[in-house]
Design a protein around this ligand. Structure first.
Ligand SMILES: *Cc1c(COP(=O)(O)O)cnc(C)c1O
Length: 385
């Protein structure tokens, strides 16, 4: 069993991918070829955003977005500590300070009520993350940002294709950033990412920044990066895009199957963290649809569950075992408010195999294995001499 199966999808799209790739190899425009623009207009239409700028990775999307907003040394960016390193890392790479506030214990996304108290005269942006594929409370965040005249950057690396009140992730704030890392909901066969905005001026800056700050050939108006999306990755993503809506549906079906099977065994959802259940399934905010980049549960005795599953050939992962305020690379470069929920969750969450082609028999086997590892008799057995 695989944690994320990418080969089943490949077998189904092999012909399209081969045709698309050979077209690029024939026309030879490997850098900024026509596929990049084609992908950008299709993604912009999909998301409902005026502009899409294809870039080299999700991390570079965040970096380019913040560079376009002139974020640098002395500036503060309010964000969540319960995310992949890139979110705060890119803030720190620019010499700015990540300011961490706690998460909502039901959705695991940044708690908008904690943002207000973290705003200072140095705050330059708010950077929420759509963790595990579910959008943060973007209206509340946008409202706080508006009242302070701040831009919002949505880290939608895990949520491309998700919606909130019917609007797509990446189109819910000033700039939306996503990733096409192979294991993300829309993944390529290498690195890639994109920035989205409705702001014409920011779009132009981001287009320049991804290409060495060049405004016309060999004229460099500002500092930039080599941050372009490869033509080949754009071609592969175009081949994958047709199936993407169907794959989102399949992911949601896999997630509901897991949740139903766990509920039959007495699990509660993370909306009731104090219910006393030894296992909590993901809570989906009713305003949201999730793309389930991960299906992440909370358990007592996580190590025991992980080991038991491993013995049965079921792979798992922990997203994330260490909050970013406690990462050696970040600790000395950040400021933190109360992070009680994030710190509690880092030792309780674990993610189960999740991809569009996970079969119902597999889901049943996984749920049975988790339930058995958590049952009191299993604990007693392991403690017996
Ligand atoms: C994957 C990820 C990124 C970085 O994307 P890359 O394409 O790997 O650079 C940033 N933020 C979050 C939340 C992610 O999950």
């Amino acid at each position: 069993m695989e944690f994320i199966d990418l080969k089943t999808q490949y077998r189904q799209i092999r012909e399209d991918v081969a045709t698309r790739i050979s077209r690029v190899l024939e026309h030879g425009r490997y850098i900024m070829g026509p596929e990049v623009e084609e992908l950008e207009s299709r993604l912009a239409a999909f998301v409902g955003s005026r502009h899409c700028i294809g870039v080299s990775s999700g991390s570079d999307a965040l970096l380019i977005a913040m560079m376009a907003l002139d974020i640098g040394p002395g500036d503060e960016v309010i964000t969540t500590p319960f995310t992949f390193i890139a979110t705060a890392e890119m803030v720190a790479v620019l010499g700015a300070t990540p300011v961490f506030v706690d998460i909502d214990p039901a959705t695991y996304n940044i708690d908008p009520q904690r943002i207000e108290e973290a705003v200072t005269p140095r705050t330059r942006a708010i950077l929420p993350v759509d963790l595990y594929g579910q959008c943060a409370d973007m209206e509340a965040i946008d409202a706080i940002a508006r009242s302070h005249g701040l831009p919002v950057i949505e880290d939608a690396a895990q949520s491309f294709g998700a919606t909130r009140h019917g609007r797509h992730a990446c189109a819910l704030s000033t700039i939306g950033c996503t990733s096409f890392f192979p294991s993300k909901p829309l993944g390529g066969y290498g690195d890639g990412g994109a920035c989205f905005t409705d702001d014409d001026d920011l779009a132009e800056r981001m287009r320049e920044i991804r290409n060495h700050g060049q405004d016309r050939r060999y004229h460099h108006a500002r500092l930039g990066l080599n941050g372009r999306l490869d033509t080949l990755q754009a071609a592969i993503l175009l081949a994958k895009l047709d199936r993407f809506p169907d794959e989102i549906r399949r992911r949601q079906e896999v997630a509901s199957r897991y949740t139903t099977l766990f509920a039959e065994r007495g699990a509660d959802s993370s909306a009731k963290p104090d219910s006393g259940a030894s296992l909590l399934t993901p809570y989906l905010d009713p305003a949201n649809t999730s793309v389930f980049a991960q299906y992440t549960i909370q358990v007592d005795a996580r190590d025991r569950v992980i080991e038991a599953l491993q013995r049965q050939g079921i792979p798992t992962a922990v997203h994330y075992p260490v909050t970013l305020d406690r990462q050696p690379a970040i600790t000395g470069r950040c400021r933190s408010h109360d992070l009680t929920h994030a710190h509690r969750l880092q030792s309780r969450v674990m993610s189960l195999p999740m991809h569009p082609y996970l079969e119902s028999g597999e889901a049943e086997r996984i749920v049975r294995a988790v339930a058995a590892a958590l049952s009191p008799s299993s604990a007693t057995k392991e403690n017996a001499p």
